[in-house]
Design a protein. Sequence first.
Lengths: 88, 331
Amino acid sequence: MRVFEAILLLSLIVCSVSVAFTKNLLTSIIIFMSYSLIMCMIWVLLQSPDLAITEAAVGAGVTSILFFVTLKKIGAIQKGGQNEQKKR
Amino acid sequence: MSRRRDNYETSRWKKFLRWEAGEIDPLEQGVEIQVPSVRDREKASDPGDVFPFEDIEESGMYGDRHEEDEAVLKSRGIRFFRRFYCVMSVILCLGIISVLLWTVLYLPPFGNAANPANNEVPMRYLEKGLEETGAVNAVTGMILDYRAFDTFGESCVLFIASCCVLALLRIDAASGDREKKRLMDENDRLFEPKNDIILQKCACVLVPFIFIFGIYIILNGHLSPGGGFSGGAVLGSGLILYLNAFGFKKTERFFTERVYRRVTVCALSFYCLAKSYSFYTGANHLESGIPLGIPGHILSSGLILPLNICVGLVVACTMYAFYTLFRKGGM
């Protein structure tokens, strides 16, 4: 169990760092979502399932959806994703 | 991040030095919203990857703008300010990190019996909570009975937040913005997935279960983990999923702005009245007359069940309202 906890905490750090370093905004939101899911598992391990439910619904669900809608509004999600891939 | 390090030129320290000297801007090619300048275009146009559209864009829009940028950057004062700004930002970050770490040193040690958190209050909650509130789930008993005033404040904060979003993002059809509203509606329909069969079939299976799970969490808040806030968030997410799969036409049959207003105001005022009554009787040592019931039954623990339902309704409505306001500026 301790190993599992260590893996979760490590991936939490990796997620939070890579959110800041990702250049594509869409990717960084999805990493942020996975951060929330890992956090939700950690809440379960810390024996607070009510917080886990809230984290899964609010952190991974509603917040990311609001981010997606905002990105669409400001036109940051482009259709030419393939072009961007070529550029790198 | 995981780029391989060829030579010293591309190392992080060297990049930092160049950034500090104002030669490169790491965000220039990164953030997608920014207008691309000619410099990173030149970088991108190595032999091997050729863009078909590059020449057209470069000759048209961005040429004179780039020259202006260069002229501004070349002036000495701004250059100096830029260097100063970069150095100061790094120093500020390091300073804040060190202050926070320094504060951590002065926190009481973890698990110490003499910590300020280990006073008589949590013991009282754990020992007397079941007979005083009647809730098996000690957390719900705490937040909706002992600390009910805090939870009322939280619900009001949610309501005020949705009011602010309403004030900022709403497009009023009545006051002359009719044209804008029509445009927004059309724009929205443009982006809406036209009867996405996978999404619709998934939603057909998932949405009932999500709703039942959310209602279960709300109604069983005093017996099992969960409560108004978690259940309301689950309900709101289910509503958003339903909306995404089937469009605004279907949800407008049962959820309009009027329904939202009525439900939220009724729930908040019921919460306010019920808790005022119990505060009044509690402060004056009166008998409140609300039966606590048998712990473990669904109809028990006095006011906690209706208050849970109120909080759940407010949270679910707020989540849904946020989404619709962000999406099309109205409900």
